[in-house]
Design a protein around this ligand. Structure first.
Ligand code: PLP
Length: 425
């Protein structure tokens, strides 16, 4: 038995499913989790001493690669000054200014501790601002485990093959309206029925929790228009795309201005950080300035801010990194697409910049329904092969692959070779 297997046996006794987040479970690929001991650059090392090229990157945060020197140094320094004060710090001002300077639509921003919290708070602000209660979300989009949005969600919920979660009272989702990704008519229908009740439309500008589904041309523009025409707010959930597709995330990449934006993952540089922000007149409604209450004992924690500031500063100072990363993504996923097509495999490759997904379906994947045509058993077989060959993929079909700046051309060539081997090409 490997050390990971032994740890997993112990873990399941004391942690539900042996993991602290369902997406870390290997159940959907009929395997058991590798327990990770350390990481550097694009590599993960497990408790058994195996080394992997990592395509999860902590589900996005590690855009500079693991254990980046500047980030670790700044965190170490911050630790020596105290772990938490529960009082205002200079680091919070620096962080807020950084975010505002990188994302033009953000005039004011509030730090929280996770993407879930960011979304939950942004929804409350949108409802407070519009004095309306209904929210439109898209099937297959994931916005964290907040009650009101845990309906036909992507990510682990989709992998589990369930429509929602036990324990979510019907009252919490009665104001959640579902629409189909890349289908403006499905949004229009809700507005036609109850425009005066709709507070906001929340969307992942690139859907990255049902694999990777790019927005169809005109989709995000159409949402902006529909919101404007009906007095609703447009919320971009950029927990994955923020600071990844470019310094201004997907909104910069596609040139659309949302009213509110949520961040998580990359913004914390590996520490638990989320944030929400947007138009000043909306954000001025947040307590203690306004009547929308939202608080957090550890929000803006100095260690977390240190990691986030260090990572965002590097990204801000090196806009060329984004060009490099996006080009590498275009090349890498393009290569996979090429040999999938040449060999006539029943696979589809979607990608936007450094985010990509190899779906085991021959259908074009544009939304939740088409993503679900994937053969998850075929994916499981492929995924296990890759992990056994030192390539650490998310253990589920409906998750993205995350490239980082630490993935070298040589590593990616080796990964391509391994994929070809698997398919006998
Ligand atoms: C991961 C994710 C969340 C939730 O963030 P947590 O930090 O896991 O709570 C919300 N929205 C999107 C788009 C995500 O990918």
């Amino acid at each position: 038995m490997t050390k990971s297997e032994r740890l997993f046996q112990e873990a399941v006794q004391v942690i539900p499913g042996g993991v602290n987040s369902p997406v870390r479970a290997f159940g959907s690929i009929d395997s058991t989790p590798r327990f990770i001991k350390s990481a550097e650059g694009a590599c993960l090392y497990d408790e058994d001493g195996n080394c992997y090229i990592d395509f999860i990157g902590s589900w996005g945060p590690m855009i500079l690669g693991h254990s980046h020197k500047a980030v670790v140094e700044r965190v170490t320094q911050a630790c020596q000054q105290g772990l938490s004060f529960g009082a205002a710090t200079a680091a919070e001002v620096e962080m807020a200014k950084l975010v505002c300077s990188m994302v033009p639509s953000i005039e004011m921003v509030r730090m929280v501790n996770s993407g879930t919290e960011a979304v939950m708070s942004a929804i409350r602000v949108a409802r407070g601002f519009t004095r309306r209660e209904k929210i439109i979300k898209f099937t297959g989009c994931y916005h964290g485990h907040f009650d009101a949005l845990l309906v036909q969600a992507g990510s682990g919920v989709m992998t589990a093959g369930v429509p929602g979660s036990l324990g979510v009272p019907a009252g919490c989702t009665k104001d959640t309206l579902l629409a189909e990704y890349n289908d403006l008519e499905s949004v229009q229908r809700h507005f036609a029925r109850c425009a005066e009740e709709i507070a906001a439309v929340i969307v992942e500008p690139v859907a990255a929790n049902m694999g990777v589904v790019p927005p169809a041309s005109g989709f995000l523009e159409g949402l902006r228009q529909l919101c404007d025409n009906n007095g609703a707010l447009l919320i971009f959930d950029e927990v994955i795309t923020g600071f990844r597709l470019g310094p201004a995330g997907a909104q910069g990449y596609y040139d659309i201005v949302p009213d509110l934006t949520t961040f998580g993952k990359i913004i914390g540089g590996g520490m638990p950080v989320g944030a929400y922000g947007g138009r000043r007149d909306i954000m001025e409604l947040v307590a203690p300035l306004g009547g929308v209450y939202q608080a957090g004992t550890l929000s803006g924690n100095p260690i977390a801010m240190a990691a986030g500031i260090a990572q965002l500063t590097i990204l801000k100072e090196h806009p060329e990194y984004y060009q490099q990363l996006n080009e590498r993504g275009d090349w890498f996923y393009g290569q996979i697409e090429q040999f999938v097509k040449a060999a006539g495999l029943s696979c589809t490759v979607n990608h936007v910049g450094s985010l990509g997904c190899l779906y085991f379906t021959d259908q074009e994947v544009v939304d939740y329904e088409s993503a679900k045509t994937s053969d998850t058993k075929a994916f499981a077989d492929y995924c296990n092969y890759m992990i056994e060959h030192g390539i650490y993929l998310a253990p589920a079909q409906f998750e993205a692959m995350f490239l980082s700046l630490a993935h070298t051309d040589e590593m990616l060539e080796n990964v391509l070779k391994c994929i070809k081997q698997y398919f006998n090409l």
